[in-house]
Design a protein around this ligand. Structure first.
Ligand SMILES: [Zn+2]
Length: 804
């Protein structure tokens, strides 16, 4: 790096200015932005110095600033006026003098800066010498995008010294083709670690121009350069006039959503039907409860045997003073009122302990209720008399919300619903409070059916796919979220023992449906779920202990034509796939998809994200796209992992509801689980666009009969010294190969991923070798129609002759 350039680029004063005025950095992932230092470079080859100048008064100072002078934050009043420090070139200073500005002192000249730079580089060199060889830096992604709020650059890079905590990566970018590296700005990248392991460095910064390339340099001496790619998606697109959409006008409870899909199926019997899922949920229902006593050691928790709506809510309990001495503890039940007559001593004072009252209730009112002391307390405190207290299930939903076990329904859409077409499963609301997610499901179903008659594109999808949509996997929890406790995430099943079943804990019971699945499970030691029944990520009583999760898996098992799935959640604007979980030791993830599968996930994702963007410009960030464990966290026992690893279904997770830019506060704001409907509506519309693009991906997959084509790079032939051979392909493929001249089969070596977010590995060929291989695309087509199990010799071959 030339020193002169460095000097110009430093732009320290600009940095201070930008930082002082709160340059916004989105999504909280960015380093320190120095941005465009244009105002410093004079453009005429001159170098600026920091000069202290004197001006007459505040008005002259303001004129200086208005004229675009680079005035630092240093200003002092003097006898004669004001002294300020300015960053000026010699000719600029001359001009100022003509305007009556008097130079006082030159503070920092370029030579001072050069000395500083030298000093710094010497220190760095010394450090480098002790920290051994330079690291290698690899730029994983460099993406540019524009959304409804501005233009941004997202960079991910990985250093071989990533485990060193103080390794600093700095990204510098240009302003487009032909411009200087760094002319667009520079920023320190954030070191991204998860579970104690280094992942990569990343940054997301606003930019003024579309950069064409980015350089990343490491404090350890390494560096890399990469072209900046356009992240998918053009701006909002005008919808075609004949395409009808927007069928939602308010948030829908599961009861409403199910009614809606039933009506649709009745209206379009030739295109749709309702499928009742195999397992009924426990139901929106609870036992009725009351508590006697107020001190912990004197509390008795009473729970009805019947569900609240089936009689529990009619019960009441009272504790009465018998009004005479030496009375025994008695319990009577009459007309749904349970009366506890407390025991008294010789002086007539009540003496029954909570433990004694609980035992008496179990003994004599056990047909109606069970009773226990409070949270495992021995219950030695004395129970005080208490007026009749009704037992209640605390459920506030109106009567038309059924209290019975709920039959979860899916709508199945397709002209040929006989298993002969590629199946796609979309399911929403595993998490109860995510109110926007059923809207995505319902809107999408409506679009498919109501556009069928007049929209050719829709007809292609419905004629050639077998689509299953579950608007709400977790209806009980969702009803609870609408009527009782809006932040309910889990289902309503209480697996806590009596010690933690007092009604104060009722908003914390339940199983996290999306942690209850069997693959990468908490029960097998994976991270991101809990065995505590009150935890928000409680994994349940065992793998698939809940009807809600069993329903999703049973549906996928019953319909093996399902090859694609979308698990719809909110919020945050993520788009993710497997692996979704890891074990704590060494952050060992579930097996990564092979590079071909990974490439397919990416390619399909780009289409889907582009479609989302077309609605109102929403961009799902590059840093929030990828395997769950790369971009979010470990989620042990989630459904998408089970669909992928057990059934080979390309399974994605949507987190709808990307952050919105707040232009006033100049920062990103999250939308939450239950945004105003106007926002929730927009989220549903844009993610429905995305879901429909997934259907198109599935349709293309279903009709793909074209074998892939591959080649090796560099060309085969004579090479001097070892070569790194990589494969190029016409579409995402899995490659099986041999290096010993034998015929490749499905048991041969499979090309692996080079590493996290890095694409396929290269093969190191250091002696003369014939590579034999075949490629399989995601639809199962094999290159050259080669039969790996047969005898044919139509596999691909490339011979590398290595001369030493
Ligand atoms: Zn969720």
């Amino acid at each position: 790096m030339k020193r002169e350039k460095l000097w110009r680029r430093v732009g320290l004063w600009v940095i201070i200015f930008l930082l002082a005025f709160g340059l916004a950095v989105p999504a909280g992932i960015a380093g320190n932005v120095t941005a465009q230092p244009d105002s410093v470079s004079s453009g005429d080859g001159e170098e600026p110095s920091v000069v202290r100048v004197a001006v007459a008064d505040r008005a002259s100072l303001e004129r200086l600033i208005a004229d675009g002078m680079d005035v630092t934050e240093y200003a002092r009043r003097t006898q004669e006026g004001i002294e300020v420090d300015v960053v000026v070139t010699p000719s600029q200073l001359k001009k100022l003098e003509k305007q009556g500005v008097r130079p006082v002192e030159t503070l920092y000249t370029p030579s001072v800066w050069r000395a500083r730079v030298k000093e710094r580089e010497a220190a760095l060199a010394e450090k480098r010498a002790v920290t051994a060889a330079a690291d290698t830096v690899k730029i994983l992604r460099a993406d540019y995008f524009e959304n409804d709020t501005g233009a941004f650059l997202s960079v991910e890079a990985k250093t071989s010294s990533g485990e060193v905590p103080d390794v600093i990566l700095t990204a510098r970018w240009d302003k487009g083709p032909g411009t200087q590296p760094g002319s667009g700005g520079e920023a320190t990248m954030e070191r991204f670690t998860d579970a104690g392991a280094y992942m990569y460095h990343r940054m997301l910064v606003p930019v003024s121009h579309r950069p064409s390339s980015v350089q990343v340099t490491s404090s350890q001496g390494g560096g890399a350069e990469a072209k900046v790619k356009e992240w998918p998606g053009k701006g909002p697109k005008k919808p075609s006039p004949h395409y009808v959409k927007d069928f939602i006008s308010h948030y829908m409870t599961p009861t409403e959503a199910m009614e809606r899909i039933e009506r649709l199926a009745r209206e379009y019997p030739h295109l749709a039907e309702i499928i009742e899922l195999l397992y009924k949920t426990n139901g929106y229902r609870r036992k009725a409860q009351a508590v006697l006593g107020s001190q912990d050691d004197a509390k008795v928790v009473i729970t009805s045997r019947a569900w609240g709506h089936e009689g529990g809510n009619r019960l009441a309990v009272e504790a009465v003073h018998p009004g005479k001495p030496n009375h025994p503890l008695t319990v009577r039940v009459k007309d749904h009122l349970i009366t506890v007559e407390l025991a008294t001593d010789a002086s007539g004072s009540p003496v029954s302990s909570a433990a004694e009252v609980a035992a008496a209730l179990n003994d004599r009112a056990g047909r109606w209720v069970t009773a226990h002391t409070y949270r495992g307390n021995p219950g030695s405190g004395r129970v005080e008399p208490q007026e009749a207290t009704p037992l209640t299930d605390h459920l506030e939903a109106p009567d038309h919300i059924s209290r019975d076990p709920f039959t979860v329904k899916a709508i199945r859409i397709g002209k040929h619903r006989d298993g002969s077409r590629t199946g796609v499963l979309a399911y929403a609301q595993e998490h109860a409070r995510e109110w926007v997610t059923p809207l995505v499901a319902v809107e999408t179903a409506e679009r498919l059916l109501r556009n069928y008659a007049h929209d050719k594109e829709t007809r292609k999808l419905v004629d050639n796919l077998d689509i299953f949509i579950i608007p709400s996997v977790n209806p009980d929890g969702a009803h609870y979220s609408f009527y009782d406790y809006n932040m309910q995430r889990k289902n309503m099943v209480n697996h806590c023992g009596e010690e933690r079943s007092d009604p104060e804990l009722r908003n914390q019971w339940g199983v996290d449906v999306n942690r209850n699945y069997a693959v990468g499970s908490f029960f097998d030691g994976f991270v991101g779920a809990s065995g505590d029944c009150l935890s928000q990520v409680y994994a349940g009583a065992g793998k698939l202990s809940e009807p809600e999760s069993r329903n999703v898996i049973a549906l996928a098992e019953k319909h093996p034509n399902i090859k694609f799935a979308m698990n719809i959640h909110s919020y945050g604007g993520y788009f993710m796939w497997s692996p979704g979980a890891y074990k704590p030791e060494g952050r060992e993830t579930l097996k990564r998809p092979d590079p071909g599968e990974e490439a397919f996930f990416w390619a399909a994702s780009e289409r889907i994200l582009a479609a989302i963007k077309e609605h109102r410009g929403t961009v799902i960030l590059p840093g929030q796209t990828g395997p769950v464990v790369d971009v979010l966290y470990s989620a042990a026992g989630n459904s998408a992992d089970q669909l992928w690893y057990e059934r080979g279904i390309f399974a994605w997770n949507f987190e709808v509801g990307a952050d919105r830019w707040d232009p006033e506060a100049k920062r990103w704001r999250s939308v939450g689980f239950q945004p105003p409907f106007s926002e929730g509506h927009e989220e549903a519309m844009e993610f429905s666009d995305g879901l429909i693009e997934l259907f198109r991906v599935a349709r293309d997959y279903g009709k793909d009969r074209k074998p892939p084509q591959t080649r090796t790079v560099p060309r085969p032939g004579v090479h001097k010294g070892p070569v790194e051979v990589r494969f190029e392909s016409s579409e995402p493929v899995t490659i099986y190969y041999t290096l010993d001249g034998s015929r490749p089969t499905f048991r041969s070596a499979k090309l692996k991923a080079a590493g996290l977010r890095e694409g396929a590995e290269t093969l190191t060929i250091d002696k003369t070798t014939t590579i034999r291989w075949f490629a399989v695309d995601m639809a199962g087509n094999i290159e050259n129609h080669y039969d790996p199990g047969g005898k044919g010799k139509n596999d691909r071959r490339a011979t590398y002759i290595i001369r030493k």
